[in-house]
Design a protein around this ligand. Structure first.
Ligand SMILES: NC(=O)c1ccc[n+]([C@@H]2O[C@H](COP(=O)([O-])OP(=O)(O)OC[C@H]3O[C@@H](n4cnc5c(N)ncnc54)[C@H](O)[C@@H]3O)[C@@H](O)[C@H]2O)c1
Length: 428
């Protein structure tokens, strides 16, 4: 394993190197709204936490990811990047990153499943990386399934709920070979990324793809977790009548107390005009629900994998499919003439039909991951091969730096307050 200068991207793995200039301008635009990564870039350039190390990353290839990749480079890493979704790569960004051999990129939009995994294997390289950053668990999974290459990585970070759940299942079976940090589980990340970022960008993807007016529409959100909460609040903010489906009574209670109507998906199916899944589970919207939906109902998914809407069942139900009603919209005609509209093939709608999270959101999410990865570079030998939380001071440090950049100041506890909070003797 050797770090330092990244290897040039071999020919044929990005869509069009000619898009580099456009991509670079978009990366610079995002970077201006990413004060945390900009500050960390200066710090990492001085401290070089990844000197001599290789980082393999599997992330949506967006301008914000490019800012992170360049930050890791500034910290001394050789970086190889594959996409974490076959459809979400922004080809101009991939070209800009690959230009000049800055980052080794294996990503282009619209690849098939085989190519998607081939790209991940290429990013892992023949020798294997020192550190990994994953988004959904496909890179870590591939690393465990490929014939052993070199020694296992020192460790890595996982950036989304589904990936952390997969890692926990691996760890429970004793199958995880190295420590992974659950970067998606910090309070700051869940608030800013899952709730605010996903809330806004999923509605952005829905609107860009379908062009519907949300005001007055009945929108069904399946899953009232960190993402579903944000999606439901944003849809309501635009005037939609939002219905929630849940399997967890506490999450359902939260939805009721926030004024949402909660019902089963079977009851919501004939009512909804727009359906958005955000559960991290599988087969949430099934043939039975689709058969009960209204003409023109729109189906979109915000969960990490394309398993929440049973797309195969939709194909089986349909007598005709128009694959290109609009960009990222397919129409499925049912035997009685009703049409159901599927967005982005049932994949993450905010990353396929829109640009993903705003840069301010990824600034915090990637800032936490970058700080956690730098910490891991120096501490991995102290960690067992398990899923570990982000050290709490990293979450607080990232939030503090973002607050400072936003011009917000907070109070500090006084000595008397600290003493009061530490004592059990002081009462009324
Ligand atoms: N699109 C994005 O940009 C983005 C961003 C962050 C996370 N994610 C992904 O979104 C998914 C959800 O993440 P989260 O952080 O909100 O998870 P979460 O665990 O906080 O919430 C999921 C909710 O769905 C509920 N649920 C599970 N199965 C259900 C079912 N069959 N019907 C109704 N509700 C059900 C759970 O009870 C839970 O409340 C994950 O796959 C995650 O990786 C996507």
């Amino acid at each position: 394993m050797s770090g330092g200068r990244s290897r040039p991207t071999p020919d044929g793995y990005i869509a069009d190197p000619g898009l580099a200039e456009v991509g670079d301008r978009r990366i610079q635009y995002s970077e201006r709204s990413m004060p945390l990564l900009t500050a960390l870039s200066r710090r990492f350039a001085a401290e070089r936490p990844f000197d001599g190390m290789t980082v393999a990353a599997c992330l949506h290839v967006t301008p914000e990811t490019a800012v992170l990749a360049r930050l890791l480079r500034a910290g001394g890493a050789r970086v190889a990047l594959a996409a974490s979704n076959p459809l979400s790569t922004q080809d101009d960004v991939a070209a800009a990153l690959a230009a000049g051999g800055g980052v080794e990129v294996f990503a282009r939009a619209g690849v098939d499943r085989r190519t998607y995994y081939e790209h991940i294997a290429l990013a892992l390289g023949a020798e294997g990386p020192d550190l990994v950053i994953d988004d959904g668990g496909d890179l870590v999974n591939t690393l465990h399934e490929l014939p052993r290459r070199g020694r296992p990585p020192l460790g890595g970070c996982e950036g989304t709920t589904t990936g952390v759940l997969r890692l926990r299942r691996m760890a429970a079976e004793g199958a995880l070979a190295f420590p992974m940090i659950a970067a998606s589980d910090t309070p700051a990340k869940r608030l800013v990324d899952n709730t605010r970022g996903t809330g806004q960008s999923v509605i952005d993807g829905l609107l860009r793809a379908s062009g519907v007016l949300l005001a007055g529409k009945t929108v069904v959100v399946a899953g009232f977790g960190t993402c579903g909460t944000g999606i439901a609040e944003c849809a309501r903010g635009l005037g939609a009548r939002v219905l929630i489906t849940e399997v967890d009574p506490v999450r359902a209670l939260d939805a009721v107390l926030r004024g949402f109507r909660v019902l089963t998906l079977a009851d919501a199916a004939p009512l909804g005009e727009v359906f958005i899944t955000a559960t991290g589970s599988a087969e949430v919207i099934t043939a039975e629900h689709m058969a009960a939906m209204r003409d023109g109902a729109i189906l979109a998914n915000a969960g990490h994998f394309d398993v929440e809407i049973d797309v195969r069942a939709l194909h089986a139900l349909a007598v005709a499919v128009d694959p290109d009603v609009r960009q990222h919209v397919e129409a499925f005609e049912l035997p009685d003439g009703r049409r159901l509209l599927l967005l982005a093939e049932g994949r993450v709608v905010n990353l396929v039909a829109a640009g993903g999270h705003p840069p301010e959101v990824m600034d915090l999410a990637f800032g936490i991951e970058a700080l956690a990865l730098a910490w891991l570079a120096g501490n991995a030998d102290k960690l067992s091969p398990d899923v570990h939380p982000v050290p709490p001071d990293i979450d607080a440090e990232a939030a503090r730096l973002v607050l400072a950049a936003l011009g917000a100041e907070i109070d500090s506890l006084t000595a008397a307050q600290r003493a009061y909070l530490a004592s059990w003797r002081l009462g009324s």
